[in-house]
Design a protein around this ligand. Structure first.
Ligand SMILES: Nc1ncnc2c1ncn2[C@@H]1O[C@H](COP(=O)(O)OP(=O)(O)OP(=O)(O)O)[C@@H](O)[C@H]1O
Ligand SMILES: [Mg+2]
Length: 365
């Protein structure tokens, strides 16, 4: 990849110094770029949009840029300092676009690299949970007045749980690899919990949950924290920003941050929602959004956790039955292990539901 020439498509001045593969992906599609600008070495991230996941990369670019500019103007109005570390700054090309399309029809975007900031992959302390959830809450608050018509779906039906369930049913009906016989216990849990998807469909049909612009990938490593203060600076990874419901964003934080083991862990006896982490997450998120979002949304946050954990379990199980076509696997039953793990997490939510609801109420008054 000729990153030097690629970078020259963008409006950055100075001398190219180098570009290094960035991140731990096997495919080098993200680079950390350094330019000498008037005697200072400044850094940028240049990255390719994944075409196989995002069929319409222009939408990804449009949504991420729109949301960043929206946040930027809000922060400027609020008199916030350090603007270029408080939201992603996208660099335009010489053609005045926020992306460059290369000869393979791949889309590349460039943003400023946040200096003096870090991310964490796993939540270990209540403070980390609080600060990262607060950052996602602030993000949501800043975009609460975003104009829906400016955004489109980057992945259609991304969190359409009934459709995910239907996809499972379809693949289970064909059972292409004869794997259905291995999943009897999981199938019964899946069936027992269909009410979750139905309740979601009812809520949407009754228009009880407003469609907002949401992040849709609220993993903790998508929040940049300040090296000095450990406070949240900016939410990143905006590829999945699109119309959605806040229940999924909150739910996915709970799913990815409150369990002491990863979603790949085979020892499901360790899979559970740690209430003290849930408490800190809820505090961080709800403190920002109480009075901003509706009471119905806040009253359904725990349901949001159930919804997304269930959806994820269904997706893993569907992929296992289908023959591991979507999620990369390291061993044969990997997706089944993941499904069992997520069903165990769902069970843990069911068991602690009353306590979780009380925690939400504590911060929502
Ligand atoms: N502008 C930036 N400045 C500094 N660090 C960054 C920036 N963008 C990304 N990073 C770092 O790179 C990591 C991965 O970035 P990002 O989440 O955007 O990519 P990704 O390929 O979607 O990764 P993942 O699949 O892990 O979410 C982040 O967790 C963060 O540590
Ligand atoms: Mg990320």
């Amino acid at each position: 990849m000729d990153v030097e020439n690629l970078s020259k498509e963008f409006k950055i001045y100075g001398d190219y110094i180098n570009a290094k593969p960035f991140g731990n992906g096997l495919i080098n599609d993200t680079f950390l770029l350094t330019y000498n600008q008037a005697g200072l070495n400044n850094r940028y991230i240049i990255r390719k949009i994944n075409k196989s996941v995002f069929k319409q990369p222009e939408i990804v670019v449009n949504n991420s840029v729109s949301v960043s500019l929206h946040i930027k103007s809000k922060l400027i109005n609020h008199g916030v300092k350090d603007i270029s570390r408080r939201t992603l700054t996208f660099i335009k090309t010489h053609n005045n676009k926020y992306y460059h399309k290369d000869q393979n029809e791949d889309y590349w975007c460039m943003v400023l690299f946040f200096e003096g900031a870090y991310t964490i992959d796993y939540v270990k302390t209540k403070e980390q949970a609080y600060k990262t959830a607060k950052a996602f809450g602030e993000f949501q608050k800043l975009i609460i007045d975003a104009n829906l018509v400016d955004y489109e779906d980057t992945i259609p039906d991304f969190h359409n749980t009934p459709k995910r369930l239907l996809a499972f049913d379809n693949v289970a009906n064909t059972d292409p690899l004869g794997r259905l016989k291995h999943i009897e216990p999981e199938l019964s849990i899946l069936n027992k919990n269909r009410y979750i998807s139905e309740k979601f469909a009812d809520l949407m049909q009754a228009k009880k949950l407003p469609i907002r612009i949401t992040h849709n990938d609220t993993k903790i490593n998508n929040v940049m924290l300040d090296n000095e203060t450990d406070e949240g600076l900016s939410v990143i990874d905006l590829d999945t920003v699109m119309p959605g419901i806040i229940l999924n964003d909150f739910g996915d934080m709970v799913r990815t941050s409150t369990c002491p083991v990863t979603e790949d862990d085979k020892d499901i006896s360790k899979v559970k929602v740690q209430l003290e982490i849930f408490d800190a997450l809820t505090k961080g998120y709800v403190e920002q959004l109480a009075g901003i979002v509706t009471k119905t949304e806040l009253d359904h946050l725990v349901f949001g956790a159930k919804l997304i954990v269930y959806e994820q379990a269904v997706r893993f199980l569907a992929d296992y039955v289908e023959g591991d076509v979507y999620y990369p696997i390291s061993y044969e039953d990997h997706n089944l292990v993941r499904a069992k793990n997520q069903f165990a997490l769902l069970e843990s939510i069911h068991k602690q539901e009353i306590g979780m609801e009380e925690i939400v109420k504590k911060y929502n008054n």
